[in-house]
Design a protein around this ligand. Sequence first.
Ligand SMILES: [Zn+2]
Length: 299
Amino acid sequence: MTLYYADPFVLPLPPGHRFPMAKYARLRERLAATDAFRADEFRVPRAADDAAILRAHDADYLARVTGGTLSPGEVRRIGFPWSAALVERSRRSAGATVAAARDALIQGWSANLAGGTHHAFRDRGEGFCVFNDAAIAARAMQAEAGIARVAVIDCDVHQGNGTAAILRGDESVFTFSIHGARNFPFAKEASDLDIELPDGTGDEEYLRHLERGVDEALERSRPQLAIYLAGADPHEGDRLGRLKLTKAGLERRDEWVFGRLRLRGIPVAIAMAGGYGHDIDDTVSIHAATILAARRVLG
Ligand SMILES: [Zn+2]
């Protein structure tokens, strides 16, 4: 089994920046401290190259990102200051989801201990997302592994708006997003299947909608690969989420999704997506629980 991490590629943030960059190294350390994985199962991914990125993004946008010529408005929308380190970090994070998808096709599952950058559009980034790793990975596997159909199962509390927009009209990649109706992004895109939940939704109601949505998504798409965005931000202790899932509820979510994919024999690449806990330790433990659930359920 392989877990890809990009936390050595830190992007410099001003003091007090609200993005919890520290969660990634802590997640890897947390998992390494269990006996669920060997040291050699943690790997640094290769950076996604231009050819891979251009399957999901415009050449002009890629050139502006790599050349540092994004407008101030574009930088503000992303939410991170531009630096060469931001470019490298974004390439590595996308490369990690590509590598996880590749390994999943061989081993059944694999994970990116970051990624899930679903607010990145073809021609712009937003919401801490520069490149759309799920769209890049889906198309990479179609290009290099002969995969015809992919499903993106996005359980981050925010809608996968960039993923929906990039893949709109592409019948070979099914996009499913279950998210808070009143969360960012406030103007939603149309995924192939969206489920919007009211503020304060708890475990039982969430799981009922999730099960219906995942089954419909898998039935309609018959995927040969799933990309699962296991956002930690539906948690009741999240600063940006508006839902009220408990840690136990999130663990049931992950176990149910993995069980369903196993039942249907669908390999899965997992990405972490968002998590902005009032206590960063909550976010780290939810992300870690996702990976440990995959280990238990998927082997
Ligand atoms: Zn999110």
